[in-house]
Ligand binder design. Structure first.
Ligand code: ATP
Length: 513
């Protein structure tokens, strides 16, 4: 800058109305500072107390010093500056032994250099450069506003799979609905800012769009804790209640080893929903599903396939879908061979329909935690062993396993990396239509009988499906609505093809070290 520029700048600054105003304010403060005037209004007493304090941390992280205001970024500098000031003050005030000790500590060279290093780091600006705020904010507007600045950073802090649905339009607590980010359960988000305790910033993975506000984990957990449960999972499908070895082939005309049946479409008992919920929660106190940190995963050629875990209400079509998958590619898909304590029939072979073991052996295996699931029917045990799953995976086949929903949690491990599929019934009017000719096995003894599905079976299937989804939906990677069987099968098949070919997002703690 040359001299004329300098003098112009100085003239403009000195003539500026803002400077004049500040000087007048300063003069007033000097005049009244010594008098310490008493506030007229009660509400101002507190404020006056704060202003007269030597320094305080103001709203929004600003530091207020006496009557002066120092910017938030200087906080660190102030920290060490205050340390030295404090030391001087303490020295002058013939303070207590504790104060003398503090004074001594503050004057130590290593404390001084520590504070000095801290200051030089803290003075650096690490925050991203923000664009200037728009000038057209109305000056007359007296209401206070919270300004939410969304930051677009290059590197996401983490990738998460969201385990709940969220729409900012339905959220009365969000500071700005327009700045919110809507998502559905299962979406993968990039978290870009977690500085605020209640509102994080994120964008949908792969979109590179502007980040939006989402409730933080803590906020969402608090909300769920305060919510009343809407649906309750009622365990419906159980090995205990079905004729496990009913002759499936007699109905379908197709005999495939390991396809178990557990047709049980019974009415619920009369215990109240709330008391069942409390009982269930006591037995299964799980974490509140919010965000699951995930990492990209691609199965290497030598790695086992991900275990395909399927669950859904009884009669929804799990066995049928499994059967179709097996027929579609017997080289790729396989199922486990169950264990039973029942006597082998003449046409049966060991290790084909079942592994036949004695009752004693079965009970010993139960005690040794050999089974993923087991149950008793007609005086005989039936169960699926962990080893049978491992065997299929070791053969480098895709293991199709349908289980009770609570078993999914047990198998949700790094070893199996399960791909969890929830098979859901369609709305009841579609269910009535598509299952009007459906026959299911209904025998309660060793003989096979069939029956057509009744209205109460449809109602049970819907209610049970809703409860399962609300209780276990967070574990699910794919939801298949089994309305038209051919469509449901195609969707399932292409989902399974995708996991073989595309990058998957798996929980971060399943990743290899
Ligand atoms: N989309 C569909 N449309 C019509 N019928 C269907 C459909 N899906 C399944 N079914 C029929 O419904 C009956 C029950 O299906 P499936 O045996 O697969 O149920 P499941 O889920 O295995 O039940 P469970 O666990 O109680 O054994 C079968 O007769 C099956 O062919």
């Amino acid at each position: 800058m040359d001299e004329s520029e300098n003098s112009n700048f100085l003239q403009d600054t000195l003539m500026g109305s803002t400077l004049h105003l500040l000087i007048r304010v300063y003069e007033r403060l000097l005049r009244f500072g010594a008098q310490r005037p008493k506030p007229i209004q009660d509400s101002a007493v507190c404020l006056a107390g704060e202003v007269n304090a030597p320094w305080r941390l103001g709203a929004g992280g600003w530091i207020v010093l006496g009557q002066g205001l120092v910017e938030r970024g200087s906080r660190a500098v102030l920290r060490s500056w205050l340390g030295f000031e404090l030391a001087i003050e303490l020295k002058q005030s013939h303070a207590s032994p504790e104060a003398a000790e503090l004074c001594y500590l503050l004057s130590k060279p290593h404390i001084k250099s520590l504070l000095s290093v801290h200051d030089s780091v803290a003075q650096k600006a690490y925050d991203p450069e923000l664009p200037p705020l728009p000038d057209n904010i109305c000056d007359e507007e007296e209401d206070s506003v919270k300004i939410v600045r969304l930051v677009k950073k290059e590197q996401p802090l983490a990738f998460v799979r969201v385990l709940f649905h969220y729409d900012p339009e339905d959220d009365p607590a969000i500071p700005c609905k327009l700045a919110g980010l809507a998502f559905k359960r299962g979406d993968v988000l990039e978290i870009v800012c977690q500085e605020d305790e209640l509102w994080w910033q994120a964008r949908h993975h792969g979109t590179n769009s502007q980040a939006g506000l989402i409730p933080s984990r803590e906020l969402q957990e608090r909300r769920v804790t305060l919510q009343k449960p809407e649906a309750l999972f009622r365990p419906q499908r159980s090995l205990r209640h079905g004729p496990e070895d009913a002759d499936y082939g007699a109905i379908t005309g197709i005999h495939i080893a390991g396809l178990r049946k557990s047709f049980r479409l019974s009415r619920q008992n009369s215990e109240s929903r709330q008391s069942r919920w409390r009982k269930f929660k006591r037995l299964h106190p799980g974490p509140i599903p919010t965000y699951l940190e995930v990492v990209p995963y691609h199965r290497g050629p030598a790695d086992p396939h991900r275990l395909v875990l399927m669950f859904g209400p009884s009669g929804v079509g799990l066995s049928e879908l499994k059967r179709r998958l097996l027929l579609s590619d017997p080289e790729l898909f396989s199922v486990t061979i169950p264990h039973t304590s029942r006597k082998r029939r003449r046409q049966e072979k060991e290790g084909v329909e079942y592994h036949f073991v004695s009752r004693h052996t079965f009970e010993k295996d139960i005690l040794n935690h050999k089974f993923i699931e087991y149950g008793e029917h007609g005086g005989n045990y039936y169960g699926t062993s962990l080893e049978s799953v491992q065997k299929v995976l070791a053969e480098c086949k895709v293991c199709l396993l349908d289980v009770e929903p609570q078993t999914v949690e047990k198998l949700y491990t790094r070893e199996f990396k399960p791909y969890v599929v929830f098979v859901k019934p369609p709305p009841i009017e579609r269910l009535r239509l598509s299952r009007r000719k459906t026959k299911v096995i209904s025998s309660t003894d060793e003989r096979t009988q069939t029956k057509t599905l009744m209205e109460e079976d449809f109602e049970d299937m819907i209610a049970s499906g809703q409860a399962m989804e609300s209780q276990y939906g967070h574990l699910v990677e794919e939801v298949i609505v089994n309305d038209d069987l051919a469509v449901a099968f195609t969707e399932l098949r292409s989902g399974l093809r995708r996991i073989e070919q595309e990058i998957q997002w798996i929980p971060a703690d399943w990743a290899q070290d």
